[in-house]
Design a protein around this ligand. Structure first.
Ligand code: AHM
Ligand code: MG
Length: 340
């Protein structure tokens, strides 16, 4: 392959194989699962890229269980992921933003280790019609039950128990970013060869607060510490925040991907009327928290580390602040009533 540069390529496939070889006792079950997510993301991408042509943009005309209009691409992406995992012996169950209940897969005879996959098939989908970047988020847990049948308590595990988490961003280029607790690695899809190629090994969030990301029109429903935090980060024109700029796409994967690479903080705080956040713990906040912590950042609901929250329901929502450690800690201090 001399002359093509291929000999220097590390692909998602080869990288996963390399990570697996560090565990000689591994039978490759988990690696195969990650590979399949890579494959599923390419199928979702192909559908997303043809969306305008195929007339699948826009609402599907029904609501998901969160009471939101489902977009056609949400439905397609959900089906692709379900079809991907349904036949895998290693998958005991799935949970999706687009499914009210967990999906249990029948126990297999193979006796393989079994995993649970939780996903948001197409996050940020309300932006699809405007061609804005969207993403797939996933979280993988090991089963607690030993009989191979997935139960609700298997899904309701704290974030620290995740064995892997990641996202795929469908943007100006498509990237697969994941962690298994051994750093965060990013792969860019080379459309010419159809492979994810290692482009960002061991991503570390830069220790600068370049971006502040929040839906500012919610300012009036934020509590006082949250308003104070936003004011400090956005308007202090000295020190660490002298050059901070507001950036909000409204597509979490895109907002967090940018902040992970540039440094910054994203928040979707609680609404003072309900005391609740918008984003879902198990397949939005928790996988992203795992990624950010592995990249040197932090994630909190204002008082607790996201990864320590005991889930109470599949679609539980949490307030979320995520980004550089310094800003997450500042926010927590303000929430405790301490001074900045
Ligand atoms: P979704 O999973 O239904 O797409 O909702 C999650 C999205 C996030 O991507 C984004 O950060 C947030 O909702 C935007 O919400 P808002 O429009 O209220 O700012
Ligand atoms: Mg979502």
């Amino acid at each position: 392959m001399d002359g093509t540069g291929w000999k220097d390529f590390e692909t998602l496939e080869s990288y996963i194989a390399k990570e697996q070889s560090l565990h000689p006792q591994s039978r490759g079950v988990f690696s195969n699962l990650l590979r399949r997510i890579g494959l599923a993301s390419k199928i979702i991408l192909s559908k997303a890229q043809r969306a305008g042509l195929a007339g699948v943009l826009g609402s599907f005309g029904r609501e998901n269980i969160q009471g939101e209009q489902q977009q056609k691409l949400d439905v397609l992406a959900n089906e692709v992921l379900k079809d991907t995992f349904r036949w895998m012996d290693s998958v005991a169950g799935m949970a999706s933003e687009e499914e009210e209940n967990m999906i249990q897969l029948p126990p297999r005879a193979s006796g393989e280790n079994r995993y649970l996959v939780l996903f948001d098939p197409l996050d940020g989908s309300s932006n699809i019609d405007a061609n804005v970047s969207v993403g797939t988020i996933f979280s993988i847990h090991r089963m607690l039950s030993s009989d191979g049948s997935a139960r609700l308590e298997d899904f309701l595990q704290v974030g620290t128990k995740q064995v892997a988490a990641g996202y795929v961003i469908y943007g100006s280029s498509t990237m697969f970013v994941y962690t298994t607790g051994n750093g965060v690695h990013g792969f860019t899809l080379d459309p010419m060869i159809g492979e994810y190629v290692l482009s960002h090994e061991n991503i570390r969030i830069p220790d600068v607060c370049k971006c502040f990301s929040a839906n500012d029109s919610n300012y009036h429903i934020w509590d006082e510490p949250t308003k104070r935090f936003a004011d400090i980060v956005r308007y202090s024109r000295s020190g660490r925040y002298a050059k901070t700029t507001s950036r909000y796409i409204g597509s979490m994967v895109a907002d967090l991907h940018r902040n992970l690479l540039y440094g910054g903080v994203f928040m979707y705080p609680a609404d003072t009327a309900t005391g609740k956040g918008k984003l879902r713990l198990l397949y939005e906040a928790s996988p992203m928290a795992f990624i950010f912590e592995q990249a040197g950042g932090a994630a909190s609901d204002g008082s607790r580390r996201i990864l320590d929250i005991e889930p109470t329901g599949l679609h539980q929502r949490v307030p979320l602040i995520i980004g550089n450690k310094e800003e997450v800690e500042l926010y927590e201090r303000l929430k405790r009533g301490e001074s900045a």
